[in-house]
Design a protein around this ligand. Sequence first.
Ligand SMILES: CC(C)(COP(=O)(O)OP(=O)(O)OC[C@H]1O[C@@H](n2cnc3c(N)ncnc32)[C@H](O)[C@@H]1OP(=O)(O)O)[C@@H](O)C(=O)NCCC(=O)NCCS
Length: 262
Amino acid sequence: MRRNKTNWRPCPDRIRTIQGEVHVWRCPLNLSAKRAGGWYRVLSSDELIRAGRFLFKKDRVQFIVARVFLRVLLGRYLRRLPGAIRFTYGENGKPGLSAHSVHGPFGFNIAHAGDWIVCAVAPSSQIGVDIECPRRGLDVLLLGDSFLSDGEQEALRSLPVGERITSFLACWTRKEAYLKSMGKGLQVPLDSFEVSVRPSERPRMVAIDGNQDRAEHWFMEEFAPTQGYAGAVVAPGRNWKVVYRDFALESRASHEKMSVKA
Ligand SMILES: CC(C)(COP(=O)(O)OP(=O)(O)OC[C@H]1O[C@@H](n2cnc3c(N)ncnc32)[C@H](O)[C@@H]1OP(=O)(O)O)[C@@H](O)C(=O)NCCC(=O)NCCS
């Protein structure tokens, strides 16, 4: 079985994009409501409106923590204060940065699941990441009928029962990371492309619209934000090196003058 442990490295003092490198950052979301409350002021008015829409406090706090993490992290790449980051949104909701904020290619994408958030950053706007927390009792064959391509379903059925849920979640994160890289979300039919499923195979795009050559142009790597989770990062091209890093929001945040906005 593949699936090696991900090597999460400490945060370096200087953060910058490097040609050919994807950085995947992880940050825990389980911080107290009291701490998150103090961070409200770095959010933009549309983020505050979104935060206010959450029915449950836990979800609201996680949304705030996720946005603060994103702003603090991107601020360190761009040498800006967290409150000065301006987001734009694609047609299907993919967040990006306004053109005047960045010089040169710069892309990011976030995913949250359970108590974790991850953010992938790369010198490419077509970066996509997804994570899923462990689930028990999923009827993956039934889910596969609705969401997987024929080849993926077949691969799933061929596996021993005990390997199916993990393999389904790995497959799912690969598919979603690809959708997120293009920013089109569920507009792209889930059976129009195929990814590898079996634990014995390396994570890869197998075919796009039945075309294996097109699939060759996509890079894919798997990781785990923590034990038992599934994760995948996808980017166009082939020769990416992925560096996995920890981000401790609390200690970083306390060093920032977070209330200042541009
Ligand atoms: C993007 C999408 C795949 C997210 O899936 P999810 O598992 O619920 O959530 P994840 O944690 O993986 O990712 C959420 C983050 O992805 C980012 N995101 C949102 N839309 C995105 C898109 N179209 N492409 C890439 N990333 C997107 C956001 O940063 C979001 O976090 P935020 O809401 O805190 O800002 C899903 O919501 C989607 O498909 N949206 C597109 C809308 C769409 O196509 N609608 C048609 C419905 S038929």
